[in-house]
Design a protein around this ligand. Structure first.
Ligand SMILES: CC(C)(COP(=O)(O)OP(=O)(O)OC[C@H]1O[C@@H](n2cnc3c(N)ncnc32)[C@H](O)[C@@H]1OP(=O)(O)O)[C@@H](O)C(=O)NCCC(=O)NCCS
Length: 214
């Protein structure tokens, strides 16, 4: 995790960077406070990063973002040779009710503007406590800690909405994403389904994992 202590003042080019940025807590740790206060702006080594909930007007930017992703990244995210978002994929991203369906966007500050770099989403599954989730970043922004910030915000948001476990289908070949999720999730179950692995990330702590009182 490369979130660092922010500089005392935001750079003049950052449109809405606050004077102080909040630090993040690991998913599952008790303090689910950050996602309540989105947008969250953090300073990473590569610069300012903002995480915010999607708006209806984000469709064109999401469409363009997926167009900028490499074929490999789109394959890893959609498990299909997607070139552009279909209308239903786009709808599923922007029609968030911020409780049963959530999409969070990660933006990077460039020349005084926020540029979309990635998205993470969950959809609550029938029955209530579980939600299907996915995440993807534009290639140029992978490996800089943005996915970690985005995923932590999503898990916090999900937990606030009463979700107890986030699930995700990851291609077995996607060692990067599997390592990424393993690093984030203290309680992870894996189920192999042919060429994909279902990862179940339990949010919160089991009673037997809590530190003994006193
Ligand atoms: C998976 C993904 C979301 C991770 O986001 P990211 O911003 O690149 O990840 P971070 O920079 O926050 O990395 C956090 C940790 O994850 C691990 N990790 C991330 N990408 C990795 C990769 N390609 N290979 C190996 N480890 C990787 C590293 O251990 C890293 O820890 P480090 O900081 O000590 O090196 C991003 O790489 C991506 O969009 N991949 C393509 C789409 C995809 O695979 N989505 C998941 C399936 S839905």
């Amino acid at each position: 995790m490369t979130a660092t202590v922010p500089s005392p003042t935001a750079p003049p080019t950052a449109p809405s960077a606050p004077p102080t940025a909040r630090t993040l807590t690991p998913p599952g740790a008790a303090a689910f406070g950050e996602a309540r206060r989105l947008p969250l702006v953090v300073r990473l080594e590569i610069g300012w990063v903002r995480v915010r909930p999607v708006h209806h007007g984000d469709g064109p930017a999401l469409h363009a973002l997926v167009g900028r992703m490499s074929a490999r990244t789109r394959w890893l995210r959609f498990h299909a040779p997607v070139v552009q978002l279909t209308a239903s994929q786009l709808r599923s991203l922007i029609q968030a009710d911020h409780r049963d369906q959530e999409t969070l966007l990660a933006e990077v500050e460039q020349g005084g503007r926020w540029r979309l770099a990635g998205f993470a989403q969950y959809h609550r599954l029938r029955g209530g406590g579980h939600a299907d989730s996915a995440i993807a970043l534009e290639d140029a922004w992978q490996g800089h800690g943005i996915g970690t910030v985005l995923a932590r915000c999503l898990t916090e948001r999900a937990s606030l909405a009463g979700i107890v476990a986030l699930t995700g289908e990851v291609l077995s070949e996607n060692r990067g994403a599997i390592g990424f999720i393993r690093g984030l999730a203290p309680r992870l179950e894996r189920r192999l389904h042919g060429t994909t692995i279902e990862l179940i990330c339990w949010l919160g702590r089991r009673a037997d994992q809590r530190p003994a009182p006193g």
